[in-house]
Ligand binder design. Structure first.
Ligand SMILES: *Cc1c(COP(=O)(O)O)cnc(C)c1O
Length: 441
């Protein structure tokens, strides 16, 4: 693998930012003398950050990573001059209200009328709160998720003490409905986890069909929309768009996890959990003799498992949504660019001699591989192509799939394919150059 390294001009920019930022770091004074040790530390950091992949660059389409929106970045830094804590209204009197407003906008985007919800450290923590509630409501019943779901669900069930069962996925990477129906009919399932935008392929589980099955069998439904949730803005039948049906069923979910730090243009540390029934707040009931005394209003910490939470994260999200609202013309514009890039890349790859795509992308993740007869040959080609692309300045990712998913002879347990996450609108302009790079390999 090539050494990750930022282009020199980006490292130079980090060095300039170091001097600009440190002078702004106090609310008690403007600038002033900066001790040499502070400058030295920041310039040393700029050098060390050079050993990153260039996440901002159009040629980076590896993991689910991109820098936050400038408004999010500035708002975060601004709020950080106070460093509010959204555990209680004492610690974050302003930012707790900003959090409530921003979370309300996300709930409305997903179609919830009423809701209980808050920001979390991550999608993992959002899912944890959902499955904690699931176990509290049905302590003796299983939580089931598909083999396509994020690996974290099985582990979270261990943490919250819930019994977890995995169901198979279909060859195109969605939760297998026939297997789900059979499992529900056998009884003992408390909660089904569906994924709206799987981490591997960006696949949309048929949430509408899963909601029907849950309703028929009296199971709760949790939707892990950590990656795909914001694509609700494109689920309106327009172009570029996404399949509206699974999104239209979201109001039927008992809980939804969504990650503003993935497609909501936020810095890390910003997940979100939403419950349809505000009554689940009763499960969180506790007292905190240290913190809940300045207000009779509900403190955020009274309906959250985490105590200290970043008020700056709430400020950043709130300001971003004010500048880039949750509409097709607002944040939808960013998602549309990403979605259009993925559709265009998949279309080009399908027509490219010697290459095949892994199914048709539902969102903005495209996976592809060389046309080879066996799993091991597909993997060997992907490893070599990955290295050659990296050497040419292209940052993609790898994904291991079941050989059955790509219809090759299973002479190995898995086949490695290439994976591109086209989550930046600038990726649209990269489709032809990437195809040319693949043709030149
Ligand atoms: C990213 C992701 C998670 C985990 O979220 P983090 O914010 O990384 O903790 C869970 N589920 C899905 C579908 C994801 O894409």
């Amino acid at each position: 693998m090539a050494d990750p390294h930022l282009p020199p001009e980006e490292v130079a920019r980090l060095h300039r930012r170091a001097d600009e930022l440190v002078a702004l770091g106090s609310l008690l004074a403007d600038g002033g003398e900066v001790p040499a040790a502070w400058s030295e530390a920041l310039h040393a950091l700029a050098d060390r950050l050079g050993a990153s992949y260039p996440f901002a660059d159009p040629q980076y389409l590896g993991q689910m990573l991109k820098p936050p929106h400038p408004v999010a970045w500035s708002a975060y830094a601004m709020a950080m001059l106070l460093n509010p804590n959204n555990h209680a209204l004492d610690g974050g009197p302003a930012t707790a209200h900003l959090e409530r407003e921003a979370v309300g906008q996300i709930a409305a985007m997903l179609g919830y009328d009423g809701h209980l919800g808050h920001l979390t450290a991550s999608g993992t923590w959002a899912n944890l709160e959902a499955l904690w509630v699931a176990r509290r409501l049905h302590p003796d019943r299983a939580v089931v998720s598909g083999a396509n779901a994020h690996y974290t669900h099985a582990r979270i069930c261990e943490v919250v003490g819930a019994r977890h069962e995995e169901l198979p996925q279909t060859p195109d990477g969605a939760l297998d409905l026939a297997a789900l129906e059979a499992r529900l009919a056998a009884g003992g399932v408390g909660t089904v986890v569906a994924t709206l935008g799987t981490t591997a392929l960006g696949r949309l589980d048929p949430v509408h069909r899963i909601a029907d099955l849950c309703a028929a069998h009296g199971a709760r439904l949790h939707v892990d929309a950590a990656y795909g949730g914001f694509f609700a803005l494109l689920a309106d039948g327009g172009t570029p768009g996404v399949d509206p049906e699974p999104f239209a069923a979201l109001p039927r979910a008992d809980s939804i996890a969504i990650d503003p730090h993935k497609h909501g243009l936020q810095p890390y540390g910003c997940g979100c959990i939403l419950f349809r029934d505000p009554g689940v707040g009763a499960l969180y009931r506790h007292d905190s003799p240290y913190t809940y005394f300045t207000s009779d209003e509900l403190h955020p910490g009274e309906v959250s498992l985490e105590c200290s939470r970043s008020g700056a994260a709430a400020a950043a999200l709130w300001a971003t949504l004010r500048a880039v609202p949750l509409t097709r013309d607002g944040l939808g514009e960013h998602l549309a660019g990403a979605r259009a890039a993925a559709v265009s890349l998949a279309g080009r790859l399908e027509g490219l001699d010697g290459w095949r795509t892994v199914g048709v992308p539902d969102l903005d993740i495209v996976c592809w591989h060389r046309d080879r007869p066996t799993a091991s040959a597909v993997s060997a080609a992907a490893d070599a192509d990955f290295d050659a692309l990296a050497a040419a300045g292209w940052h993609v990712a790898k994904l291991r799939v079941d050989p059955g998913m790509i219809g090759v002879e299973p002479d190995a347990a898995t086949a490695t394919v290439l994976r591109g996450t086209l989550m930046k609108p600038v990726h649209a302009a990269m489709v032809e150059p990437l195809v040319a790079a693949l043709e030149g390999l």
